[in-house]
Design a protein around this ligand. Structure first.
Ligand code: KG4
Ligand code: ZN
Length: 356
């Protein structure tokens, strides 16, 4: 990987993440790498509503963010005056939640007279595996699987992204969450469903389709799977039946992702697969992609589980990379609920064109 120009990026970058239901801060710099990361999950706040309540999320970000930034600075032994820039998640995400992180970041950057760096949440997920050792080198195929996105992306370099495939309906994390709800599991459904599936009998009495794998192409469709589970779920289903359903659902999803990721590697000729986003924490998916790596001549990279789900380490790192590559720092505050990954440009181009 070409390393950024550290002369352009002198001090540590503070990263701030508030796009959904996790409030997080982190510090990254070129010499020491990741120096600290702190996170507060709002899971308990939203649990009684069965999903994220945007207004409550925004208010809780306001309550937590300053303490988390202070804790990260203390852990890293970094003073405000040492900072080289402030990076924040500008989108996609819940607009009120994004505004909290953006406002704090803009205030800090203005007060300290340092660059303000807007970060694309999905680009940050995509680059998160680079925080690990060994880090994947460009080019690679990224399988981005979160609550809002299911994307296969060819990554040739920073900001050089070609969308190969995406979900035509529910994102894979959303399918996990909705199916978990049908099975009577609490929010957040994905990890709960995965836990229940561990008690499922194999082979399961149920089998669900692997959607859109019987025809060429790299797009996904997951909404039918949830309906298939609903149809199979009898009113008198036992706990074992539910565990068997959870296992069969997880098998169908993880097989589908594995089949499409293999096709994307073939289509692009890449030798490396990078998996990121919340569903990347799923152990069965990790197992299957691990097998894929063993059977074919490819390398598969995952971030650690804590960096699969939302975190600020990936935001600080992405901000550091983009700033170091000469992205123009613009003190204007920028947030957007929708922001296609394909709109991102390499920093040099973005510097010329601005980001709006
Ligand atoms: O990336 P993320 O933290 O937030 C978004 O940007 O969406 O992803 C959250 C999604 C949720 O849908 C959650 O249920 C799912 O990731 N998830 C999982 C697991 N851990 C989190 N899905 C399946 N198995 C897991 N172990
Ligand atoms: Zn995310």
């Amino acid at each position: 990987m070409r390393m950024p120009n550290t002369a352009l990026c002198p001090g540590p970058i503070l990263g701030i993440e508030t796009s959904c239901d996790e409030t997080a801060a982190a510090l990254y710099d070129g010499g020491a790498g990741l120096r600290a990361h702190t996170l507060y999950s709002q899971i308990r706040l939203h649990a009684e509503y069965g999903g994220v309540v945007p207004e409550l999320a925004s208010r809780d970000h306001v309550r937590r963010i300053n303490g988390l930034i202070r804790a990260a600075m203390t852990e890293a032994g970094v003073k405000m005056s040492d900072l080289g820039g402030v990076a924040y998640t500008a989108g996609p995400g819940l607009i009120g939640a994004l505004m909290v992180g953006a406002s704090v970041a803009a205030g800090l950057a203005a007060a300290l007279g340092i660059p303000l760096i807007p970060v694309h949440h999905m680009e940050a997920h995509l680059l998160a595996p680079m925080l690990e050792t060994p880090a994947p080198a460009f080019p690679f195929v990224a399988l981005l699987v979160s609550g809002g996105h299911t994307l296969l992306v060819e990554v040739r370099g920073l900001g050089q992204y070609t969308l190969l495939g995406q979900s035509l309906d529910d994102a894979v994390g959303e399918a996990f969450d909705k199916t978990a709800k049908l099975l009577g599991l609490p929010y957040p459904g994905g990890p709960e469903l995965a836990r229940l599936a561990q008690r499922g009998q194999q082979p399961s009495q149920y089998r669900f389709p692997r959607p859109m794998t019987d025809r060429p192409g790299l797009d996904f469709s997951f909404s039918g799977l949830k309906t298939a589970v609903l149809t199979a779920l009898k009113p008198d289903a036992s706990e074992q039946d539910k565990a068997d359903l959870a296992w069969a659902f997880q098998e169908a999803v993880t097989d589908t992702l594995t089949i499409k990721a293999t096709r994307a590697l073939d289509a692009s000729g890449a030798q490396r697969l990078v998996v990121a986003g919340g569903v990347g924490a799923n152990l069965r998916l990790r197992e299957k992609l691990g097998e894929l790596a063993r059977h074919r001549d490819v390398e598969v990279y995952f971030p650690r589980q804590a960096f699969c789900t939302d975190n600020a380490a990936m935001v600080a790192y992405t901000g550091w990379l983009r700033r170091g590559e000469g992205q123009r720092a613009d003190q204007r505050l920028f947030t957007t609920p929708r922001w296609p990954l394909s709109d991102l440009k390499p920093p040099q181009l973005q510097a010329l064109q601005g980001i709006e």
